[in-house]
Design a binder for this molecule. Structure first.
Ligand code: IPM
Ligand code: MG
Length: 385
């Protein structure tokens, strides 16, 4: 079969990790007899540099005309001082909105081979972790009305409509049906009207899925439960803002952050696939040394003087970046958008095998393992296909 794939290499390490992933995809094409037609398009910093716009219309048009979109990483310090609507992030948010990508699936899986990197105690992780965070991606404070009254006040409206909640809840229940049939809804219904509304919509959808067990957690409690008892979770469904925060937490506790893919899905099969690290530039430098006290939450996380970007500009063009998250994002793309299940399985198996053989990029390196660069890691995975 022939498939059209829009490719957004993006900024920083983006082009390298996407380059390595395309080589894996080419190998899949050869092995399984497919043709992947790639169209490279600009977004984020690269687009700002080329045409002074983080999301050119041409990019949106080409993406919409494709079967799926593969994205590397957007952003970097070079563009940090631009106004909000001109920043690379505006390109990412614009892509989500204009492509209708309302369902963000962020799996948090603990790789057996990287168990030592998990920051939680062995008795807490037990046999392993496998959580799917289903985050609503085109509503909430991210896209609500915003405003500013000079230097006196500013606001972002947190709003959800019934159709928006119903469709994301449905997505979460559908996913749970293929997993352990458990959905945890996360909201702040003890305080927010929007959350009470959200919760009632989720309960309405739950009626269509009697086999799925539904429970509710307030977001503050959910954040805590993720570290004290993460095994209780199968599918977590939540709004855009809470999902942004909890998905970073969930992926970080697996210790596999550099390894995790993500999918942003529209209705039907169309989606955009990207490594989690790329879409979460703010997680890389959490100083975990300071325990956060209930009585002093305001002092937490204030030591982030140098934000590390998802596009990791400091290691760009040095053949050092870990391409695995992007390569498994390609597997997710094959599985969810192109229905190529055997092909997706093959990539995931090749990644596992490569890790089992002891190959590691710098970010996941430990003593006794073989240190490889981006290109070599990609090649090892291809060899194992
Ligand atoms: C993410 C990121 C984005 C978000 C930023 C870069 C706009 O944190 O994908 O989680 O907040 O959604
Ligand atoms: Mg984030």
């Amino acid at each position: 079969m022939d498939y059209k794939i829009a490719v957004i290499p993006g900024d920083g390490i983006g082009p390298e990790i996407v380059g390595a992933s395309i080589k894996v995809l080419d190998k899949i094409a050869e092995k399984f007899n497919h043709t992947f037609n790639y169209t490279e398009v600009l977004a984020g910093g690269a687009a700002i540099d080329a045409c002074d716009n983080p999301l050119p219309q041409e990019t949106v048009d080409i993406c919409l005309d494709s079967d799926a979109v593969l994205l590397g990483a957007l952003g970097g310090p070079k563009w940090d001082n631009l106004p909000g609507d001109k920043r690379p992030e505006a390109g990412l948010l614009g892509l989500r909105k204009s492509l209708g990508l309302y369902a963000n699936l962020r799996p948090a899986i603990l790789y057996e081979e990287l168990k030592a990197a998990c920051p939680l105690k062995p008795e807490i992780i037990g046999e392993g972790l496998d959580i799917m965070v289903v985050r609503e991606l085109t509503g909430d404070v991210y896209f609500g009305e915003k405003g500013r009254d000079g230097d006196f006040a500013a606001w972002d409206i947190m709003k959800y409509t019934r159709p928006e909640v119903l469709r994301i809840a449905k997505k979460a229940f559908e996913i749970a049906m293929k997993r352990d049939k458990k959905v945890t809804n996360v909201d702040k219904a003890n305080v927010l009207e929007v959350s009470r509304f959200w919760r009632s919509c989720v309960e309405e959808v739950a009626k269509d899925y009697p086999e799925v067990e539904l429970n509710h957690l307030y977001v503050d409690n959910a954040a805590m439960q993720l570290v004290i008892n993460p095994k209780q979770f199968d599918v977590i469904v939540t709004g855009n803002l809470f999902g942004d925060i909890l998905s970073d937490e969930a992926s970080m506790i697996t210790g596999s952050i550099g390894m995790l893919p993500s999918a942003s899905m529209a209705d039907g099969k169309f989606g955009m696939f990207e490594p989690i690290h790329g879409s979460a530039p703010d997680i890389a430098n959490q100083d975990k040394a300071n325990p956060i006290h209930g009585s002093a939450p305001d002092i937490a996380n204030q030591d982030k003087a140098n934000p590390i970007h998802g596009s990791a500009p400091d290691i760009a063009n040095q053949d050092k970046a870990n391409p695995i998250a992007t390569i498994v994002s390609v597997a997710m793309m094959l599985r969810y958008s192109l229905d190529l299940i055997a092909e997706a399985d093959a990539i995931e198996a090749a990644v596992k095998k490569t890790l089992a053989q002891g190959y590691r990029t710098g970010d996941i390196f430990s003593a006794g393992m073989a240190l490889v660069g981006t290109t070599q890691m990609g090649q090892k995975i291809i060899d194992n296909l």
